[in-house]
Design a binder for this molecule. Structure first.
Ligand code: ATP
Ligand code: LTN
Length: 325
């Protein structure tokens, strides 16, 4: 199966990104044809620091490798280095009704956040994402729950393009993790964990043990005493149970049983300890990779060459069908 997914290079990857997306990538890489992208052109739709950006992109590549992606098996590349992504994005703009973009939840959330100062890029964001997916005949897109709607829109675009110009694109399916599709913020467990919020709200894959313990200890819970999974009534406790169960590879009920009769404080401590233990190898590997910048750049260069070959060929097909030069 052809697999494609991407994450924006905006700051540190957090355990939401890991449990929602990257953990699936690691499982999929062995038996599929995988392409993992650093979507820098998506990241520039909101404000970013141009002096730091290159470093953040390299850091993201080092993080992918540190998390366990094998560059001998998968293609890892930077989106802006393959020009066909923006080229196809324009074409998709011409066949997509505006109404479909306005109703995207992520657009509504982001435009609310930036009040009337949002760019057209925020609205058109899903079209660039659809271009990413469609250039590579992607069949499966492993993402967190928040991206499901964008994949549905991509399928709609495929249907529209193929019926207008002839069969060119493959219709992709999202792959969501069974649990943990949505890890919640530690400081506001009714919101998803997100790297655009305050540092105390998420745990980075590369936080120090002290930081991890401090953040889990301060996680917002409720005034009750019973450790029970109930996302609507006990969002904070349920979130900790979810994180624990995913990292320990145990079912939620099993974790609930283990924690029965224990205090919230104990649950927080044990979750913190488990996160520290599970993330330790990532931290070590990332530190090592960050000192091998030339190697990381080489991995990206190799990925770019392979991705460009596929993308050029697909774009050729698209133009031919559309009667473009
Ligand atoms: P933003 O700051 O824009 O919210 P983000 O932290 O959500 O960014 P993205 O780059 O948008 O990160 O997402 C990368 C991948 O991680 C996507 O597949 C997304 O579904 C997944 N993901 C992000 N946040 C979570 C979360 N809290 N729980 C589960 N999966 C998540
Ligand atoms: N919009 C996605 C990131 C993304 C992506 C993609 C994911 C951009 N292009 C293609 C899967 C496939 C997000 O997580 N915010």
């Amino acid at each position: 199966m052809r697999i494609f997914s991407g994450i924006q290079p905006t700051g540190n990857l957090h355990i939401g990104n890991y449990l929602g997306a990257i953990k699936q990538w690691l499982d999929l890489q062995h038996e599929n044809d995988c392409i993992f992208c650093i979507v820098d052109l998506h990241a520039i739709t909101t404000s970013y620091d141009k002096e730091l950006f290159r470093k953040e992109i390299l850091d993201q590549a080092a993080s992918y490798l540190a998390a366990g992606l094998d560059p001998e098996k998968v293609i890892i590349f930077v989106q802006s280095r393959v020009k066909e992504h923006t080229e196809l994005c324009w074409i998709l703009n011409t066949i997509t009704p505006l109404g479909e973009l306005y109703r995207m939840t992520q657009y509504k959330e982001k435009s609310e956040k930036y009040k009337n100062s949002e760019s057209a890029g925020i609205l058109n964001y899903p079209l660039l994402m659809a271009a990413d997916i469609l250039l590579y005949d992607t069949e499966i897109v492993p993402v967190g729950e928040d991206q499901r709607q964008h994949i549905e829109l991509t399928r709609e675009i495929v249907r529209r393009f193929n019926s207008k110009y002839g069969e060119v694109f493959v219709s992709p399916k999202e792959k969501l993790p069974s649990k943990g599709a949505r890890i919640m913020s530690l400081s506001d467990p009714k919101k998803k964990m997100s790297k655009s919020d305050g540092k105390e709200s998420y745990i980075s894959l590369f936080d120090s043990p002290e930081e991890i313990k401090k953040k889990t200890k301060a996680a917002v819970t409720d005034t009750g005493k019973t450790i029970k999974y109930n996302p609507s009534r006990k969002p904070g406790i349920s979130n900790l149970l979810t994180i624990y169960s995913l990292l320990a590879n145990k079912r939620i009920e099993e974790v609930e049983k283990e924690m029965k009769g224990k205090s919230y404080k104990a649950l927080k401590e044990e979750t913190g300890d488990l996160i520290v233990k599970e993330l330790h190898p990532f931290r070590k590997k990332r530190r090592e990779l960050l000192s091998r910048e030339v190697y990381v750049e080489e991995v990206l260069k190799r990925g770019e060459e392979k991705a460009a070959t596929l993308a050029e060929s697909k774009m050729g097909e698209v133009k031919k069908k559309m009667g473009l030069w």
